[in-house]
Design a protein around this ligand. Structure first.
Ligand SMILES: NC(=O)c1ccc[n+]([C@@H]2O[C@H](COP(=O)([O-])OP(=O)(O)OC[C@H]3O[C@@H](n4cnc5c(N)ncnc54)[C@H](OP(=O)(O)O)[C@@H]3O)[C@@H](O)[C@H]2O)c1
Length: 340
């Protein structure tokens, strides 16, 4: 009986114990893992994909088992309840403690008034069933009223609300998402607290070296959303530039590292100094995407990957093109393509 227990215990350890991701320090002193698990279900021709069942809850359970300790969500993804159930289940099971996991969520555009921020975060916390989040982001600099018309509240006012949310202990860190350099500058020059993070689109087609350099100089950590860009044909629009996942150059490169093309793409982002946020609902892919800390890319391979940067955006949000705080270049050569 005793031997059986020891064998079972060792087997359990083998399954449960795995290397966690390295962490980095944010400018406010808090640590965050170098990879985050994404929970946006994406868009279809009918608009935002709505949760069908507990698919995100299941995915987050798998992600925690795979070793992820950072989950990225948002009010607008409509899955905060599922994310919270998965995290609380793993805490109840003793797999993690609340302190082990870094939870990021975001303020939606229709809550940009300064005094709307704290209630919006409290509502997110209620859905997540958590007392605090680790990071709260302004999802976009663009304000909108609930009916979709533009609200031109200055994001500096929204930022004041974010600072208040932090002071109340509802979030440990605060940051922004989809902010350009000018917008970050305005916050930095305002005398208010500095954002810990800017979450922006970064992938092979959109490497944003200038914005990355600026964020590095200002000690603002960058989280990279849509890290696969147009790698997968199911997600790529017809005009999206290469590479795809079956690109012979990438397949050959990945083979040399005994890795997959998606793993090489994620590793490249980590070596650019950003935190990728891969999303998947597929157990094997969730696990695969986490296995990116046991190899490093050679300089000549990084030079090849650098050349895929064509400045092509996957997430353009053209419906906000005329908003005074639309954050992206307005002379986009690809701006006539109806994308999200
Ligand atoms: N701040 C913002 O404005 C913003 C905007 C966009 C996204 N985000 C965040 O960033 C996260 C990631 O971005 P994203 O969801 O746009 O895209 P993504 O992570 O680049 O790509 C997700 C797609 O790739 C597939 N996939 C993932 N790993 C794969 C693998 N190893 N092999 C083959 N296919 C794979 C997924 O399929 P399956 O799910 O079917 O496996 C899914 O279709 C989001 O979930 C969200 O948390 C933030």
């Amino acid at each position: 009986m005793g031997t059986t227990w020891i064998v079972l215990w060792c087997a359990c350890l083998l399954v449960c114990v795995h290397a966690l991701a390295p962490t980095i320090k944010l400018n406010d002193g808090r640590e965050t893992p170098l990879i985050a698990f994404g929970t946006w279900l994406g868009n279809s021709s009918q608009g935002r994909v709505k949760p069908q069942y507990n698919e995100t809850e299941q995915a987050v359970l798998w992600a925690i088992d795979a070793g992820y300790r950072h989950v990225d969500t948002a009010m607008i993804y409509m899955v905060e309840d599922q994310v919270g159930r998965a995290i609380n289940a793993k805490i109840d099971q003793g797999v993690i403690t609340r302190e082990d996991i870094f939870v990021t969520t975001k303020l939606w555009n229709d809550q940009h008034a300064r005094d709307a921020v704290v209630p919006a975060l409290r509502a997110s916390l209620a859905r997540l069933n958590l007392d605090y989040v680790d990071l709260y982001l302004i999802h976009w600099p663009v304000g909108q009223f609930a009916n979709g018309t533009f609200d031109s509240t200055d994001y500096l006012d929204t930022w004041r609300g974010m600072v208040e949310a932090k002071q109340l202990g509802l979030t440990r860190s605060i940051g922004v998402s989809n902010f350009n350099q000018h917008m970050l500058d305005r916050i930095l020059n305002s005398g208010l607290e500095r954002p810990a993070v800017n979450q922006i689109e970064i992938n092979l087609n959109l490497q944003q070296p200038k914005l990355l350099e600026y964020c590095k100089q200002q000690n603002i950590t960058v989280m990279a959303y849509t890290p696969f860009g147009s790698l997968f044909p199911t997600k790529a629009t017809p005009d999206a530039p290469p590479p795809r996942v079956d690109d012979p150059v990438l397949v050959e490169m990945a083979g040399r590292y005994n890795k997959t093309v998606p793993q090489v793409a994620l590793r490249y982002l980590i070596e650019l100094g950003v935190i990728p946020i891969p999303k998947s609902l597929t157990k094997s892919r969730i696990e695969q995407n986490f296995q990116v800390f046991d190899f490093t890319l050679k300089e000549q391979d990084k030079d090849v990957l650098k050349k895929y940067d064509t400045g092509y955006r996957t997430v353009l949000q053209l419906k906000w093109f005329d908003h005074p705080y639309y954050p992206f270049e307005k002379d986009h050569t690809n701006a006539n393509t109806p994308r999200v």
